[in-house]
Write a protein that binds this ligand. Structure first.
Ligand code: HEC
Length: 122
């Protein structure tokens, strides 16, 4: 439901042309996170509106439960997101054949990106 709603909202806001980041209110750190995500190539896999593609969607992801290859599962929270960005190959999700590449983001930059991802679940 929530994903459908966000999708419809995004379409309404940006018209029908190319997908754009969702127009949500962003704190200064989340705004930096959005820019970092666009500059660091994250959008190429997570979608130009971060609605997913080769990689999972970031929209409404907080609180979702995810299953890992080799067993186990988890609930997406801030800690999980930070860990996933820092160590992309540590927990691999069921359903994705591509492994996310490592990046050289600093802890502060990762925190900004996670602020942005959290804003997409508000
Ligand atoms: C080559 C494609 C690719 C790129 C580029 C990429 N990712 Fe990913 N990402 C994935 C895939 C695939 C997964 C899920 C698969 C897995 O966990 O093994 C994932 C998972 C994640 C997750 C965990 C979400 C979840 O549902 O488990 C986060 C957070 C994330 N990526 C952030 C980023 C950030 C930030 C960047 C940019 C610095 C980035 N990704 C760049 C493909 C990519």
């Amino acid at each position: 439901m929530r994903k459908l709603f966000l999708g419809a909202l995004a379409m309404a806001l940006v018209g029908c042309a190319s997908a754009q980041p969702l127009a949500v209110d962003l704190s200064p750190s989340a705004e930096r996170g959005l820019q970092l995500s666009q500059q660091s190539g994250c959008a190429s896999c997570h979608g130009s509106d971060f609605g997913g593609g080769t990689g999972p969607t970031w929209q409404g992801i907080i609180g979702q439960s995810v299953a890992f290859k080799g067993g186990g599962s988890g609930v997406v929270d801030r800690e999980y997101l930070i860990e996933s960005i820092k160590y992309p190959d540590m927990k691999k999700r069921v359903g994705y054949s591509v492994v996310m590449p490592y990046n050289n983001l600093t802890d502060e930059q990762i925190s900004d990106i996670v602020d942005y991802i959290e804003a997409l679940s508000n």
